[in-house]
Write a new protein. Structure first.
Length: 66
């Protein structure tokens, strides 16, 4: 939801074809409206972040709330 809200606040709008110059994005829809293929691509992208961060000497740790 953060990405969607951020894009909208920056003036992006939904359109059938992505056009960065005109701030049009065909994926600017709710999560439930995305195709399963696009959801799967996003899941895979998130899954590789720990590996990418580890190669950069970073790591993901849980937040401890007291």
């Amino acid at each position: 939801m953060y990405w969607y809200r951020y894009k909208k606040e920056c003036g992006w709008k939904y359109g059938n074809v992505k056009d960065s110059k005109k701030k049009i994005d065909c994926d600017l829809v709710s999560w439930n409206s995305l195709t399963q293929d696009k959801k799967d691509k996003l899941y895979k992208m998130v899954e590789i972040w720990p590996e990418i961060l580890a190669k950069s000497n970073f790591k993901i740790e849980p937040v401890r709330v007291s």
